[in-house]
Write a protein that binds this ligand. Structure first.
Ligand code: FMN
Length: 366
């Protein structure tokens, strides 16, 4: 049974418009056939790898997701703790319910921070300073939100800015007593990084109009250079779908890119991230670390993305499902399931070390 009210479950689960790209992300990966081998000693297998130099138990990080705290009260803290316990990076979204400082004070290992380049550059600078002070070693700058894709389910459910609350919304909340109780107990229900930090934003009403005004359709590669000059840590550019844009990210000083179509939540009708990954690797493999997300639902998918050329991957919805169902334990369980699938699939494919996986483990093409 679903434990999260329909409004917030749909917000997390849906793609934009007809959800073609969101579905293609999953479908294209499932269509890639794996090559089964026998007679190879696979007694000892290694899943460990690195992401931008950081050792990871498996090359799978938790993708940034806005309003994670609406799947489960204090969701970002719970997910960050699960990632820390397991040994993979957690990426905190700018639009999280728990603030950077909040997550830092509830975890011991460093997490990564995802930045949206808002129009208010003083606020952006302050976010950079706050992330650095909290010990974030990696900054992920998301470039694929110069305008918002339309998620039709959000419109239908009244999840708009400002929120449209009616009788059915309230009944939806009331039918999930555990969720509602968690929400009543926590004070983290808005955008924690913004409330009380951005100019003139001190309540939910001003927050709503602020976020509408702040999305910047004028972002260019000059802005990435602006960030590069100000950020001393590693820099990843997220939302890259085209080989030319991948090359631009490299030229403008990124340490890596995340090939991503935002989980099919932005441009509906574009190709899957697996297809984009393939085109990008053909052009810039070896120049920059290439990561990818979108549609990864099992360990087999992690291996498929590695085979297509990705150094590492991120999961979004899979860990959010786990969080909504079982909190921190659910996120951990999600990572454990993926690890187990990855390990056994490597064994079936005759692979001992995940770092050695290449396209020879695939029997079909996209
Ligand atoms: C509920 C939700 C919120 C998201 N919010 C953000 C965000 O704030 N910043 C961002 O860069 N990406 C965001 N994304 C995109 C994810 O980082 C990631 O690209 C995507 O979820 C990967 O696809 P998957 O969910 O199929 O694994 C969000 C995704 C979801 C599902």
């Amino acid at each position: 049974m679903m434990r999260v009210p329909r409004m917030f479950f749909d917000y997390m689960d849906a793609g934009s418009w007809r959800e073609q790209t969101s579905q293609a992300n999953i479908q294209d990966l499932s269509n890639l056939l794996l090559r089964q081998r026998v007679g190879i000693d696979i007694g000892e297998r290694s899943l460990q790898s690195t992401m931008l130099g950081q050792v990871v138990r498996i090359p799978v990080a938790l993708a940034p997701a806005g309003l994670t705290g609406m799947q489960r009260a204090d969701g970002e803290i719970l997910a960050a703790r699960a990632a820390e316990q397991f040994g993979v990076p957690f990426v905190l979204s700018t639009m999280s319910t728990c603030s950077i400082e909040d997550v830092a004070s509830h975890t011991k290992s460093p997490f990564w921070f995802q930045l949206y380049l808002f129009r208010d550059r003083q606020f952006v600078q302050a976010l950079l300073d706050r992330a650095w002070a909290a010990g974030c070693p990696v900054l992920v700058v998301t470039m694929d939100l110069p305008v918002m894709g339309k998620r039709l389910k959000d419109v239908r459910n009244g999840l708009t800015v400002p929120l449209r609350v009616n009788m059915s919304t309230l009944l939806g909340f009331a039918s999930k007593p555990r969720w509602s109780l968690g929400m009543l107990k926590t004070s983290r229900r808005g955008f924690g990084n913004v409330l009380g930090h951005a100019r003139d934003v001190d309540d939910l009403q001003s927050l709503a109009s602020w976020s509408n005004r702040q999305i910047d359709p004028g972002i260019t590669w000059d802005d990435i250079e602006w960030i590069r000059q100000r950020w001393k840590g590693k820099l990843l550019v997220k939302g890259i779908m085209d080989p030319e844009d991948a090359a631009s990210a490299w030229r403008h000083g990124a340490d890596g890119i995340i090939v991503s179509n935002h989980g099919g939540r932005q441009l509906d009708g574009t190709i899957s991230s697996a297809r984009a990954l393939q085109r990008i690797c053909d052009m810039i493999a070896g120049k920059i670390e290439i990561h990818v997300d979108g549609g990864i639902r099992c360990g087999q998918d992690v291996l498929r993305m590695r085979a297509l050329g990705a150094h590492a991957v991120y999961i979004g919805r899979p860990y959010l499902y786990g969080l909504g169902a079982l909190g921190q334990a659910g996120v951990r369980q999600c990572l454990e399931i993926i690890e187990n699938e990855l390990d056994l699939t490597m064994a079936f494919c005759g692979v001992r070390d995940i770092r050695r996986v290449d396209k020879t483990i695939l029997l079909s093409q996209l």
